[in-house]
Design a protein. Structure first.
Length: 281
Protein backbone atom coordinates (compact mmCIF):
# COMPACT_ATOMS: atom_id res chain seq x y z
CA UNK A 1 0.00 0.00 0.00
CA UNK A 2 1.41 3.38 -1.04
CA UNK A 3 1.55 6.61 0.93
CA UNK A 4 -1.62 8.04 -0.59
CA UNK A 5 -3.56 4.90 0.35
CA UNK A 6 -2.21 5.05 3.90
CA UNK A 7 -2.76 8.78 4.41
CA UNK A 8 -5.56 9.90 2.08
CA UNK A 9 -7.79 6.86 1.61
CA UNK A 10 -9.01 6.67 5.23
CA UNK A 11 -10.12 10.31 4.93
CA UNK A 12 -11.40 9.93 1.36
CA UNK A 13 -13.73 7.18 2.54
CA UNK A 14 -15.75 9.95 4.14
CA UNK A 15 -16.93 10.87 0.63
CA UNK A 16 -16.39 7.56 -1.20
CA UNK A 17 -18.52 4.51 -0.49
CA UNK A 18 -15.76 1.97 -0.99
CA UNK A 19 -14.11 -0.14 -3.67
CA UNK A 20 -17.00 -2.23 -4.92
CA UNK A 21 -20.68 -2.33 -5.84
CA UNK A 22 -21.67 -3.93 -2.54
CA UNK A 23 -20.14 -0.99 -0.67
CA UNK A 24 -22.14 1.43 -2.80
CA UNK A 25 -25.43 -0.37 -2.24
CA UNK A 26 -24.81 -0.55 1.51
CA UNK A 27 -24.08 3.18 1.70
CA UNK A 28 -27.10 3.92 -0.48
CA UNK A 29 -29.34 1.94 1.87
CA UNK A 30 -27.88 3.79 4.85
CA UNK A 31 -28.63 7.13 3.17
CA UNK A 32 -32.16 5.99 2.33
CA UNK A 33 -32.73 5.03 5.97
CA UNK A 34 -32.20 8.73 6.82
CA UNK A 35 -34.67 9.85 4.16
CA UNK A 36 -31.91 10.77 1.69
CA UNK A 37 -31.79 9.65 -1.93
CA UNK A 38 -28.59 8.84 -3.83
CA UNK A 39 -26.89 9.44 -7.16
CA UNK A 40 -24.31 6.66 -7.53
CA UNK A 41 -21.22 6.95 -9.74
CA UNK A 42 -18.71 4.23 -10.57
CA UNK A 43 -15.45 6.15 -10.54
CA UNK A 44 -13.51 6.42 -13.79
CA UNK A 45 -12.78 8.80 -16.67
CA UNK A 46 -10.66 9.34 -19.78
CA UNK A 47 -10.82 5.67 -20.79
CA UNK A 48 -9.30 4.91 -24.20
CA UNK A 49 -9.48 1.10 -24.44
CA UNK A 50 -12.79 -0.13 -25.93
CA UNK A 51 -12.70 -3.31 -23.85
CA UNK A 52 -12.37 -1.22 -20.69
CA UNK A 53 -15.26 0.98 -21.87
CA UNK A 54 -17.43 -2.10 -22.31
CA UNK A 55 -16.43 -3.27 -18.83
CA UNK A 56 -17.56 0.09 -17.42
CA UNK A 57 -20.96 -0.39 -19.02
CA UNK A 58 -21.30 -3.88 -17.59
CA UNK A 59 -20.51 -2.55 -14.11
CA UNK A 60 -23.14 0.15 -14.49
CA UNK A 61 -25.74 -2.36 -15.66
CA UNK A 62 -25.01 -4.49 -12.58
CA UNK A 63 -25.24 -1.37 -10.42
CA UNK A 64 -28.61 -0.38 -11.86
CA UNK A 65 -29.96 -3.89 -11.30
CA UNK A 66 -28.55 -4.09 -7.75
CA UNK A 67 -30.17 -0.77 -6.85
CA UNK A 68 -33.49 -2.02 -8.21
CA UNK A 69 -33.19 -5.38 -6.42
CA UNK A 70 -32.36 -3.61 -3.14
CA UNK A 71 -35.16 -1.05 -3.58
CA UNK A 72 -32.63 1.77 -3.36
CA UNK A 73 -34.15 5.22 -3.82
CA UNK A 74 -31.73 6.76 -6.29
CA UNK A 75 -30.17 6.79 -9.71
CA UNK A 76 -26.90 6.23 -11.53
CA UNK A 77 -24.66 8.96 -12.95
CA UNK A 78 -21.98 8.31 -15.59
CA UNK A 79 -19.12 10.26 -17.14
CA UNK A 80 -19.17 9.99 -20.92
CA UNK A 81 -15.37 9.57 -21.14
CA UNK A 82 -15.97 6.27 -19.34
CA UNK A 83 -17.97 5.18 -22.38
CA UNK A 84 -15.69 6.48 -25.14
CA UNK A 85 -16.23 10.23 -25.45
CA UNK A 86 -13.10 11.66 -27.04
CA UNK A 87 -11.80 8.24 -28.06
CA UNK A 88 -14.65 6.21 -29.59
CA UNK A 89 -17.55 8.55 -30.34
CA UNK A 90 -19.68 6.03 -32.22
CA UNK A 91 -19.13 3.38 -29.60
CA UNK A 92 -19.91 5.87 -26.85
CA UNK A 93 -23.41 6.45 -28.22
CA UNK A 94 -24.10 2.72 -28.31
CA UNK A 95 -22.84 2.20 -24.78
CA UNK A 96 -24.88 5.14 -23.49
CA UNK A 97 -27.95 3.77 -25.26
CA UNK A 98 -27.53 0.45 -23.42
CA UNK A 99 -27.39 2.21 -20.07
CA UNK A 100 -30.39 4.42 -20.81
CA UNK A 101 -32.44 1.48 -22.08
CA UNK A 102 -31.64 -0.45 -18.92
CA UNK A 103 -32.55 2.53 -16.75
CA UNK A 104 -35.89 2.81 -18.55
CA UNK A 105 -36.52 -0.92 -18.08
CA UNK A 106 -35.98 -0.45 -14.35
CA UNK A 107 -37.94 2.83 -14.21
CA UNK A 108 -34.79 4.72 -13.24
CA UNK A 109 -33.44 8.12 -14.23
CA UNK A 110 -29.93 8.29 -15.72
CA UNK A 111 -27.72 11.29 -15.01
CA UNK A 112 -24.75 12.34 -17.14
CA UNK A 113 -21.87 13.94 -15.24
CA UNK A 114 -20.01 16.94 -16.62
CA UNK A 115 -16.23 16.75 -17.03
CA UNK A 116 -13.40 19.11 -17.98
CA UNK A 117 -13.69 21.88 -20.58
CA UNK A 118 -12.31 19.69 -23.38
CA UNK A 119 -15.53 17.65 -23.16
CA UNK A 120 -18.17 20.20 -22.17
CA UNK A 121 -19.56 20.94 -25.61
CA UNK A 122 -19.52 17.30 -26.67
CA UNK A 123 -21.20 16.21 -23.43
CA UNK A 124 -24.02 18.72 -23.83
CA UNK A 125 -24.47 17.74 -27.48
CA UNK A 126 -24.53 14.01 -26.65
CA UNK A 127 -27.04 14.63 -23.89
CA UNK A 128 -29.38 16.68 -26.07
CA UNK A 129 -29.26 14.00 -28.77
CA UNK A 130 -29.99 11.21 -26.27
CA UNK A 131 -32.73 13.22 -24.58
CA UNK A 132 -34.70 13.51 -27.81
CA UNK A 133 -35.35 9.78 -27.60
CA UNK A 134 -35.06 9.28 -23.86
CA UNK A 135 -36.64 12.01 -21.69
CA UNK A 136 -35.67 10.16 -18.51
CA UNK A 137 -32.13 11.53 -18.58
CA UNK A 138 -30.43 14.46 -16.87
CA UNK A 139 -27.14 16.33 -17.10
CA UNK A 140 -24.84 18.15 -14.70
CA UNK A 141 -24.08 21.79 -15.57
CA UNK A 142 -21.16 23.59 -13.92
CA UNK A 143 -21.92 27.08 -12.60
CA UNK A 144 -18.28 28.17 -12.77
CA UNK A 145 -18.26 27.89 -16.57
CA UNK A 146 -18.97 31.05 -18.53
CA UNK A 147 -20.85 29.08 -21.19
CA UNK A 148 -23.29 27.50 -18.71
CA UNK A 149 -26.02 30.13 -19.09
CA UNK A 150 -26.35 29.15 -22.76
CA UNK A 151 -26.15 25.46 -21.89
CA UNK A 152 -28.89 25.77 -19.27
CA UNK A 153 -31.12 27.52 -21.80
CA UNK A 154 -30.49 24.82 -24.42
CA UNK A 155 -31.29 22.02 -21.98
CA UNK A 156 -34.38 23.72 -20.58
CA UNK A 157 -35.62 24.52 -24.10
CA UNK A 158 -35.35 20.80 -24.86
CA UNK A 159 -37.28 19.89 -21.70
CA UNK A 160 -34.23 18.36 -20.06
CA UNK A 161 -33.26 17.92 -16.42
CA UNK A 162 -30.30 19.69 -14.84
CA UNK A 163 -28.13 19.02 -11.84
CA UNK A 164 -26.53 22.39 -11.10
CA UNK A 165 -23.05 22.02 -9.59
CA UNK A 166 -20.24 24.47 -8.96
CA UNK A 167 -17.54 22.64 -10.96
CA UNK A 168 -14.33 21.05 -9.68
CA UNK A 169 -11.86 20.85 -12.57
CA UNK A 170 -8.93 23.26 -12.80
CA UNK A 171 -9.71 25.40 -15.84
CA UNK A 172 -8.36 28.56 -17.56
CA UNK A 173 -10.06 31.85 -16.72
CA UNK A 174 -11.35 32.28 -20.26
CA UNK A 175 -13.54 29.24 -19.55
CA UNK A 176 -14.50 29.80 -15.91
CA UNK A 177 -15.38 32.76 -13.72
CA UNK A 178 -12.31 33.79 -11.73
CA UNK A 179 -13.59 34.36 -8.18
CA UNK A 180 -15.80 32.66 -5.64
CA UNK A 181 -18.14 35.65 -5.68
CA UNK A 182 -18.44 35.56 -9.48
CA UNK A 183 -19.23 31.85 -9.37
CA UNK A 184 -21.81 32.32 -6.63
CA UNK A 185 -23.51 35.08 -8.65
CA UNK A 186 -23.64 32.88 -11.74
CA UNK A 187 -24.95 29.95 -9.71
CA UNK A 188 -27.69 32.26 -8.47
CA UNK A 189 -28.55 33.40 -12.01
CA UNK A 190 -28.77 29.82 -13.20
CA UNK A 191 -30.96 28.85 -10.24
CA UNK A 192 -33.39 31.62 -11.16
CA UNK A 193 -33.69 30.12 -14.65
CA UNK A 194 -34.25 26.65 -13.22
CA UNK A 195 -36.98 27.76 -10.83
CA UNK A 196 -38.65 29.78 -13.59
CA UNK A 197 -38.49 27.21 -16.41
CA UNK A 198 -37.20 23.88 -15.12
CA UNK A 199 -38.57 20.91 -13.20
CA UNK A 200 -37.06 17.88 -11.51
CA UNK A 201 -33.72 19.61 -11.17
CA UNK A 202 -31.05 19.39 -8.45
CA UNK A 203 -29.28 22.19 -6.61
CA UNK A 204 -25.90 20.68 -5.76
CA UNK A 205 -24.01 22.95 -3.37
CA UNK A 206 -22.71 23.12 0.19
CA UNK A 207 -22.91 26.92 0.18
CA UNK A 208 -25.41 28.06 2.82
CA UNK A 209 -26.00 31.34 0.99
CA UNK A 210 -27.06 29.51 -2.17
CA UNK A 211 -29.09 26.95 -0.22
CA UNK A 212 -31.05 29.74 1.48
CA UNK A 213 -31.50 31.45 -1.87
CA UNK A 214 -32.89 28.22 -3.36
CA UNK A 215 -35.35 27.94 -0.48
CA UNK A 216 -36.55 31.49 -1.16
CA UNK A 217 -36.89 30.85 -4.89
CA UNK A 218 -38.86 27.68 -4.23
CA UNK A 219 -41.43 29.60 -2.20
CA UNK A 220 -42.68 31.28 -5.38
CA UNK A 221 -42.18 28.34 -7.76
CA UNK A 222 -44.14 25.17 -8.42
CA UNK A 223 -41.05 23.36 -9.76
CA UNK A 224 -39.99 20.12 -8.13
CA UNK A 225 -36.34 20.10 -7.10
CA UNK A 226 -33.88 18.50 -4.71
CA UNK A 227 -30.80 19.53 -2.82
CA UNK A 228 -27.72 17.47 -3.53
CA UNK A 229 -24.60 17.09 -1.39
CA UNK A 230 -21.42 15.06 -1.47
CA UNK A 231 -21.33 12.01 0.75
CA UNK A 232 -19.95 12.76 4.21
CA UNK A 233 -20.17 16.55 4.03
CA UNK A 234 -22.69 18.70 5.92
CA UNK A 235 -24.58 15.67 7.21
CA UNK A 236 -26.37 17.69 9.89
CA UNK A 237 -27.68 20.11 7.27
CA UNK A 238 -28.91 17.21 5.15
CA UNK A 239 -30.92 15.92 8.10
CA UNK A 240 -32.28 19.42 8.83
CA UNK A 241 -33.44 19.84 5.23
CA UNK A 242 -35.12 16.43 5.23
CA UNK A 243 -36.87 17.29 8.49
CA UNK A 244 -38.06 20.55 6.90
CA UNK A 245 -39.66 18.65 4.02
CA UNK A 246 -37.05 19.18 1.30
CA UNK A 247 -35.88 16.35 -0.93
CA UNK A 248 -32.19 15.66 -0.35
CA UNK A 249 -29.83 13.51 -2.42
CA UNK A 250 -26.27 12.38 -1.74
CA UNK A 251 -23.67 11.96 -4.52
CA UNK A 252 -22.18 8.56 -3.82
CA UNK A 253 -19.08 7.49 -5.79
CA UNK A 254 -17.36 4.14 -5.46
CA UNK A 255 -14.67 2.04 -7.08
CA UNK A 256 -10.93 1.59 -7.21
CA UNK A 257 -10.26 4.75 -9.24
CA UNK A 258 -10.75 7.05 -6.26
CA UNK A 259 -7.53 9.08 -6.41
CA UNK A 260 -8.36 11.53 -9.23
CA UNK A 261 -11.77 12.21 -7.71
CA UNK A 262 -10.24 12.72 -4.27
CA UNK A 263 -7.64 15.18 -5.56
CA UNK A 264 -10.42 17.34 -7.01
CA UNK A 265 -12.34 17.22 -3.77
CA UNK A 266 -9.26 18.17 -1.75
CA UNK A 267 -8.10 20.93 -4.12
CA UNK A 268 -11.51 22.26 -5.10
CA UNK A 269 -11.63 24.95 -2.44
CA UNK A 270 -10.30 25.49 1.10
CA UNK A 271 -13.84 25.76 2.43
CA UNK A 272 -14.61 22.25 1.16
CA UNK A 273 -11.51 20.90 2.92
CA UNK A 274 -12.71 22.58 6.11
CA UNK A 275 -16.12 21.02 5.69
CA UNK A 276 -14.49 17.63 5.37
CA UNK A 277 -12.30 18.18 8.43
CA UNK A 278 -15.37 19.21 10.44
CA UNK A 279 -17.14 16.06 9.25
CA UNK A 280 -14.18 13.86 10.29
CA UNK A 281 -13.78 15.35 13.74
Amino acid sequence: MGLKELVVLPVAKKWIAGPDLQSAVKDAQNANSRGIGVVVNFLGEDITDPAAMDAQVEEYLRLQQAMADSAVKGFVSVKLTQLGLGADEGGMKGRLERMIANAERLSQLLWIDMEGSAFTGKTVAAYLEAHQKHPGTGIAIQAYARRSEADVKAVLDAGGRIRLVKGAYKEPQDFVFPTKDDIRKNFDRLMVSLFESGDGFAIATHDSVLIDRAKALSDSSHASFRFEFLKGIRDELKDELVASGYEVVEYLPYGGNWWAYSKRRIAEHPSNVWLLVRSVV
